[in-house]
Design a protein around this ligand. Structure first.
Ligand code: NAP
Length: 538
């Protein structure tokens, strides 16, 4: 492959998406960090079975390595192409011994049939001249540089690429550290630039904030990405498992044209949304991937990832309120609620449009719950919430969404909250009444009231919690709980025992996700499939 120098990289060179000449799809490499040769041999078979393309033998992790005999065993019947890495302590590895012995072992690996070896930039010149003329035909040297503190400017990374190329490297590897998710954009910029010069490069940004550098690697043309054989067997921070790369993120189908969606939040690691949205995209053949985005500064994130291919986002804590200010246009009810949970980049002009599918999901679920519970006497086009007394417990994000959503459907809204002042404030905003939690116990001004719990009481692990006594539940015709883990909370169980119809928070969760899917894709949500995924994982 022809290589050209890419020094002098400019910030304006960050072109994304189509129009770039593509190398083959990125490879998936499983690093093995076992302490014994036997364990490594087992890991090699597991790596092949799990769908890896390349195995990295991190021989610096082996206790008491005997280079010739151990490498002979490891390389003799290799099930996949093998990369041998013998990382010294001074570059973040485990090896502390004599430098010449280390480089001898790498030369030996080459002679014994390794497909790749990784050599650190600091020793690359010396190493490359020592193997000059002896390199097997298909054998490749990866020359690597690791920065465990930060990610330099794109120009500095570009210059580093040029320095690595000058050693005669077949493949450039640069690993940096993400202090902020926007650091990854500079690595993407370099990857795209390298692609246009046909420079094979592995460019990864470590830490959870850098995770998208690993998940979106094929979109930007990275030569390979690393996936551990199982959780806890990572060789670097932020590394996903190979199972997640293949099954969850569908890595082998990601290409330059793949649209990127994701969940913006802090934290995001616990979320089931990637499972749900990636499965939904796949089921309708939509060329997109949905990734977790650990974001500290929302406005800066949206400014840096402004390319059309970053097409839409879910937004969760603590960014839902800030998102209202960050969008160019906001749905009127989302604006009243003061929270946006979905952001779409409008394809026609690139403007960011904010929505709140939480209230749509919750209110439509409650409407269906009322319709199912009894004949409301309202014609099919009107909302069964019109004219009803709608009691919201809680005055936080979900409380606001339910209160404004019910109000928009013509309900009379009453807010009950632990902190009465917050109840009063929300009631004033929505044009309703406020009561205390104590008053809620005997609150019964009308028949057929609807109750919506939007506090976290009853949520796992505090499953014995409930915001209202069982006796008071008989005043209501329908009880909804925003809590969705567990699916049947104590509140819902006691409502059912009292003969009251119930609507689960799982229904809100599914419907808000279906709403997001429709905004993301412009297609109807694959409801059956999404319900199956939620039933399996949530
Ligand atoms: P939030 O903004 O922090 O608000 C929490 C509310 O709960 C506040 O009104 C708070 O009262 C009240 N609260 C918390 N602990 C309480 C306790 N021990 N006793 C009485 N009141 C208590 O949270 P949020 O974002 O609205 O989320 C609330 C719940 O809704 C969570 O369980 C969340 O998982 C769920 N949710 C579900 C979905 C879904 O799709 N099903 C979507 C969004 C949220 P104070 O004002 O007195 O602090």
């Amino acid at each position: 492959m022809k290589s050209s120098s890419i020094s002098g990289l400019l910030a304006s060179d960050f072109h994304l998406g189509s129009g770039i000449m593509r190398m083959n799809s990125s490879l998936i490499c499983v690093p093995l960090v076992s302490k014994s040769v036997d364990e490594m041999l087992i890991g090699m078979v597991q790596a092949k079975d799990s769908g890896a393309d390349v195995i990295e033998l991190r021989i610096d992790y082996l206790e008491s390595l005997r280079p010739r005999s151990d490498l002979e065993i490891l390389l003799r019947d290799k099930p996949l192409p093998v990369l041998v890495t013998y990382r010294p302590k001074w570059e973040g590895g485990q090896y502390e011994g004599d430098e010449q012995k280390r480089l001898d072992a790498l030369r030996l690996a080459m002679e014994l049939g390794a497909d790749y070896i990784d050599v650190e930039l600091k020793v690359a010149h010396e190493f490359m001249s020592s193997i000059s003329g002896n390199k097997p035909e298909k054998f490749k040297v990866i020359v690597s540089s690791h920065n465990y503190q930060s990610t330099p400017s794109a120009e500095e990374i570009g210059n580093l690429v040029a320095t690595i190329q000058a050693t005669g490297a077949d493949i450039v590897k640069i690993a940096t550290y993400a202090v902020d998710i926007t650091d990854v954009a500079r690595m993407f910029q370099v990857l795209v630039h390298c692609q246009s010069f046909q420079v094979p490069i592995i460019g990864l940004v470590m830490s959870e904030r850098g995770a998208i550098s690993r998940l979106l690697c094929p979109k930007f043309g990275g030569y390979l990405t690393f996936g551990s054989v199982s959780a806890g067997k990572e060789s670097a921070p932020g590394q996903p498992t190979i199972k997640d790369l293949l099954d969850l993120y569908n890595l082998k189908n990601i290409g330059a044209d793949t649209k990127v969606f994701g969940l913006i939040g802090k934290p995001v690691g616990h979320s089931k949304s990637p499972l749900l949205h990636n499965a939904a995209f796949r089921s309708v053949g939509f060329n997109a991937v949905y990734v977790p985005l650990l974001v500290d500064d929302l406005a800066n994130f949206l400014k840096v990832y402004s390319a059309p291919d970053f097409a839409g986002f879910s937004c969760t804590m603590p960014h839902k309120e800030t998102a209202v200010q960050c969008c160019d246009e906001v749905d009127p009810i989302a604006k009243s609620i003061g929270a946006v949970n979905t952001i779409i980049r409008r394809p026609s002009d690139g403007k960011l449009i904010g929505y709140n599918t939480d209230y749509i999901g919750a209110i439509s679920a409650i409407e269906d719950g009322i319709r199912g519970s009894h004949n409301t006497g309202i014609n099919a086009t009107g909302s069964p919430l019109a004219g009803k007394l709608f009691v919201v417990i809680g005055a936080g994000g979900a409380g606001k969404a339910l209160a404004f959503g019910a109000k928009a459907k013509g309900a009379k809204v009453v807010i009950a909250n632990r902190t009465y002042d917050r109840a009063r404030e929300l009631a004033d905003l929505v044009g309703g009444d406020a009561i205390s939690l104590a008053e809620l116990e005997s609150f019964h001004p009308a028949n057929g009231m609807i109750l919506a719990n939007t506090t976290s009481m009853g949520m796992h692990p505090n499953i014995d919690g409930t915001p209202i006594s069982k006796q008071a539940l008989s005043f209501y015709s329908v009880v909804f709980d925003a809590v969705y883990i567990p699916k049947v909370t104590r509140l819902l169980r006691e409502a059912e025992e009292s003969g009251v119809s119930t609507v689960s928070g799982v229904e809100m969760f599914i419907r808000q996700a279906m709403g997001q899917f429709e905004l993301f894709t412009g297609m109807p949500a694959p409801e059956k499939h999404m319900r199956e995924i939620v039933a399996r994982y949530v």
